[in-house]
Write a protein that binds this ligand. Structure first.
Ligand code: ARG
Length: 590
């Protein structure tokens, strides 16, 4: 709409192609949103609805950005009936301002027409994106770091699906490696204990397996023989020993049942549980290929690919005892994935502590001659830091996700109980539990998604559950508020007309913000950054809540009421869609 008109206007006055111009046009408030979303509205007034970044043209035009901006702006004369109201140079930018009377009805019409598909696009049509996320390790705890991967990966999955891509969500379980040697050796010493574990299937089985593993590991320090035994058992496993394979399968199944409880709580699903064990069938072939291509060498008995030239330490493929290593497995898995999916992109949602690992893996794939190596992306993220009350766990060190979720739900339940009077006519008692769960989980998920993923996350229960901070519950609450407004109003009335009745600057601003939604989704996809959507939603909800504080939605003026209800209805829809993309559910009432 507006963008197309601006592109047209500039093409007529310059020898830039429309693609080049489209590239240079930015939405300043989308690119550099006021942090936090609780800013005053109307900030577009000085920034322009679009800005052309002229400093990117200095190569081509050989003048200063300021000169380019002022000269070009002087030549741009929008027609009187144009969507563009004015064009103004500002430093190295040219700002374009829309005519709100013309623009707002177009935005509202687009939302009406597209309904729940508003913001979605077909830009990924025919392309497959494979996303490797969550990927916890069997018989080790599901930590708070795996939660981040789960939550970010799930959001990205939804964002790409909304952009028309075919997505394949893979959970690459850490289901192979020496920890199984330890568990099997431990099992053979303590059969009775494990009989209980394996066949009674009591609740904290994963923790128990993780505890057994940790205990065994600890004991190896004083008793190195145990290491040899574990190595032997793992070797037998790798050679296909039936008893060991059976045990391995049982351990895996038990852990998986536990993980799936967590996924169910979070509402996350995977298209496929793959796993490190799955590369076994191809790993010799792929390592052979690396050798044949002359990329590897033996160093201290181990098989490695030297990467000095690229500023990296050697990539380790195989230990001297023949056991294959994490990198070799990832290289093989990538080859398998390309063979299976012919992906447009392969995304790994894994903590920033594995940065070097992925750089090495991608480099080796590149050296092997796979041009798709450039389509492999490590979407990294920061740590979760705990502030406020210290989280204590059985193990002291790792924080178990389940404990965090349970405690958050508990706190959210308590908060609901404290508000029973207020909630009595809103939520049926039988539904309180579901609402507490939805709010608690929503709080944890949003907290993981609200800042740029690479930043560390601060985890503070009180903050994340607050109804009026930058939180999931705040957005859920805004949504339920809108929903109850809609309920109060006779919903059988048709939506209001074209939109020129929106005279208040706050309304114009809200509509323009709603108009940004498609570009927000696009940008989140381009940057692998769900926080672009979370911040957008905070801004949008902030604008609405301020508007709502000063203006009545339902009044005696039927026409005005109807148009404001329409606004509310669309807002409700966008907030619900946005939260959906982030993987956050909506409570019935709060
Ligand atoms: N299981 C690994 C861990 O917990 C993460 C795996 C990530 N995915 C991958 N393809 N390496 O550290």
């Amino acid at each position: 709409m507006l963008k197309e008109e601006i592109v047209k206007l500039i093409t007529a006055q310059s020898d830039l192609s429309s693609d080049e111009i489209a590239e240079l046009l930015e939405k300043p408030h989308v690119l550099r949103p006021a942090i936090g979303g609780i800013t005053e509205c109307g900030n577009n007034e000085t920034k322009g609805d679009y800005a052309l970044a002229c400093f990117k043209l200095t190569q081509k035009i050989k003048k200063s950005p300021q000169a380019i901006a002022s000269e070009l702006a002087g030549q741009l004369k929008p027609a009187p009936d144009s969507l563009i109201a004015s064009v103004k140079p500002a430093g190295g930018y040219i700002n374009f301002f829309a005519n709100p009377v013309k623009l707002t009805p177009l935005i509202l019409e687009a939302i009406r027409q597209k309904g729940s598909q508003y913001g979605c696009s077909e830009s990924g049509r025919g392309k497959t994106i494979v996303i490797d996320y969550s990927s916890p390790n069997i018989a080790k705890p599901f930590g708070i770091g795996h939660l981040r991967s789960t939550v970010i990966g799930h959001a990205l999955y939804n964002i790409y699906a909304a952009s028309g891509y075919k997505c394949v969500g893979l959970n690459y379980l850490g289901d192979w490696g020496t920890q199984f040697g330890m568990l099997i050796a431990d099992y053979k010493r303590n059969r009775e204990l494990y009989q209980q574990l394996l066949y009674k299937k009591f609740q904290f089985i994963t923790v128990s397996l993780a505890e057994r593993y940790a205990a065994y590991n600890e004991e190896t320090k004083s008793n190195p023989d145990l290491l040899d035994q574990a190595r032997l058992e793992f070797q037998k496993l790798e050679q296909g020993d039936p008893e060991n394979l059976e045990l391995w399968r049982n351990f895996k199944e038990l852990s998986l049942t536990e993980f799936q409880r967590i996924y169910k709580l979070l509402g996350v699903e995977f298209d496929k549980y793959s796993g490190e064990s799955e590369v076994n069938r191809d790993i010799d072939r792929v390592i052979g290929e690396i050798q044949r291509k002359g990329l590897s060498e033996i160093s201290d008995g181990a098989l490695v690919v030297k990467l000095e030239k690229y500023g990296m330490p050697p990539c380790l493929l195989r230990k001297s005892d023949g056991a294959t290593l994490y990198a070799a497995r990832d290289i093989t898995a990538a080859v398998q994935r390309y063979e299976t999916y012919k992906f447009h992109k392969l995304i790994y949602v894994v903590g920033a502590d594995q940065k070097l690992h992925f750089r090495q893996v991608f480099k080796v794939l590149d050296l092997m001659g796979y041009d798709w190596a450039k389509d492999c992306v490590h979407v990294d993220f920061g740590l979760v830091r705990l502030s406020g009350e210290k989280m204590s766990t059985r193990k002291g060190q790792t924080v178990l996700l389940e404990e965090v979720l349970d405690k958050t739900i508990e706190l959210s339940r308590l908060a609901m109980q404290n508000r029973t009077a207020e909630l009595k006519d809103k939520v049926e008692p039988s539904k309180v539990e579901t609402v507490a769960r939805t709010v608690g989980i929503g709080a944890v998920v949003f907290n993981d998604l609200k800042n740029q993923r690479i930043k560390d996350v601060d985890f503070n229960w009180e903050q994340i559950l607050s109804f009026d901070g930058e939180t999931g519950p705040y957005l859920q609450y805004t949504h339920t508020r809108l929903a109850s407004l809609m309920k109060k109003y006779d919903s059988s009335l048709p939506p209001a007309g074209p939109g020129s009745e929106y005279k208040l600057p706050e309304e114009v601003n809200l509509i323009k913000q709603m108009g940004d939604f498609p570009e927000i989704i696009q940008r989140a996809a381009d940057k692998y950054e769900p926080s672009i959507i979370s911040n957008y939603l905070l801004n949008l909800a902030g604008s609405f809540n301020r508007y709502y504080r000063y203006h009545r939605i339902i009044s005696d003026d039927a026409v005005l009421t109807q148009s404001r209800i329409t606004l509310g209805r669309y807002l409700q829809q966008i907030i619900s869609q946005g939260l959906n993309l982030l993987g956050i559910k909506l409570p019935e009432a709060m």
